[in-house]
Structures are given as C-alpha cells and as structure tokens.
Design a protein around this ligand. Structure first.
Ligand code: DHB
Ligand code: MG
Length: 224
C-alpha cells in the first residue's frame, strides 16, 4: 500500500472536482464569505457537495432536514436538487454561522426554499416534531458529534419509510477504532456508529472516504 498518501488522495479529489463539479459563483462566494467571517473551515468538500446533491436527486427529495448549517454551503448543494416547491430546513446553533448561512443561501437564490433555524438542535428537533414539519425525505447530520446518536433518533422520528439519513465524519482518520478514545467528538461518533448498526428501524452502512478532508466517512442509512 506504498502508493497511498494524503497528497495523492487530495490530487485525485481535485481531478474529480475538475471533471464533475461546476463550482459556480454562489458556491465559491459561500466558501469565501465563510472564511472571511472566520467560520471554522470544516465544511464539506465540493465533491462531497456533489455527492449530497446526487443523493437528494436519487431520493427524489422534496423535503430535506440538515442538522448543522455552518455557512450554508452543504445546504446550497442539497437545495439545488429540490423541486421549485421543495423545502430544506437547516438547524444552526451558532448565531454568527446562521447569519452567514442565510446570506450565502440568499445569494444562491434559495431563500424561498431554505429556512435556517437558529438554536440548539436538541431544542429545535422536538419543535419540528410538534409542528409536524416532517416527514423529511432526506436528512444530513453534520453538527457537534457528541449528540449524534440523539440526532439520529430525532431524525428517524421525523422520517418516513425510505428516508435517507446521511451523517458526516463517522471515521475521523480511523480514530473510531480506538477503544480508549477520550476525544469527545470521537466518542460521540463511536456511540453513533454502534447505535446505528443495531437500530432495527434502519438499514445502514458507512462509506470511508479520502480526499481534501483527509480520511473520514459518511454513514448512509435508509429508514425501513
Ligand atoms: C470537524 C467537524 C466536521 O463536521 C468536519 O466535517 C470536520 C471536522 C471538527 O469539528 O473538527
Ligand atoms: Mg462534517
């Protein structure tokens, strides 16, 4: 496995990007303004954005829930797969991130379809259940890692049979293998993966990924 190195993975990621991703003004400006506003640079990569866009198309999503908006970059990707009367709700805890996300989504011309809800997801998710905002056709979880298991549980409550639930960062450079891990984000994801694997309400697996974001992975889950 001598050929495997991070530079090569990043270069191949850029090669795929050059072939398959049209990174237009709205997407680039969303990233540029997120950096200008000092948001952490932990957004999904352009190829992962294209992947989520494809998953939204494949699931014929009319309603999408995102947990963790950051600067709205992933929301723009997924919302572009929605029909004109589709709807995406994205939850964001950090007021500054929510403000940047709203501006990025507005510039992308998606404000009619996308709502950024500000607050703690563990407060907002029960509200979504109460107001019968679901069921959502697709859910993307990409927020703080410790409550990932709870986010999964709420996502399933807001789902219907066939809903696609994808979660980011479930491999973490292989740190998920470390049974002695103390890093909260690793422990949170280990807990999530273990719960996902035995949850009888879903069928699931994990795809590990390499590229511009190093070595990580997405869990893919379909609600029964
Ligand atoms: C982190 C969070 C993410 O969602 C991500 O994709 C990469 C890193 C982090 O908190 O370190
Ligand atoms: Mg992430």
């Amino acid at each position: 496995m001598t050929n495997l190195n991070e530079d090569l993975f990043a270069s191949v990621d850029e090669y795929i990007h050059a072939l398959f991703v049209v990174h237009d003004e709205a997407l680039q400006a969303a990233l540029d303004d997120s950096i200008a506003a000092d948001l952490p640079t932990i957004h999904i990569s352009p190829n992962q954005g294209k992947f989520l866009y494809l998953m939204a198309l494949l699931s014929r999503a009319r309603t999408i829930l995102e947990i963790g908006a950051l600067g709205g970059y992933s929301a723009i990707w997924m919302a572009r797969a929605l029909p004109a009367d589709g709807r995406l709700i994205t939850l964001e805890h950090n007021p500054k991130h929510a403000e940047v996300a709203r501006a990025n989504i507005a510039r992308a011309g998606l404000s009619d379809r996308v709502e950024v809800r500000e607050g703690s997801a563990l407060d907002l998710l029960p509200q979504l259940v109460n107001e019968q905002a679901g069921p959502f056709d697709m859910v993307f979880v990409d927020a703080d890692k410790m409550p990932y298991t709870e986010y999964l549980d709420w996502s399933i409550r807001l789902a219907h049979p066939g809903t696609l639930i994808i979660a980011d960062n479930v491999v973490r450079g292989g740190q998920v293998l470390d049974a002695q891990a103390t890093d909260e984000s690793v422990v949170g994801v280990q807990r999530f993966n273990a719960a996902l694997a035995v949850d009888e309400r879903v069928e699931a697996t994990i795809i590990q990924m390499v590229g511009l974001k190093g070595h990580d992975g997405l869990s893919i889950c379909v609600v029964r």
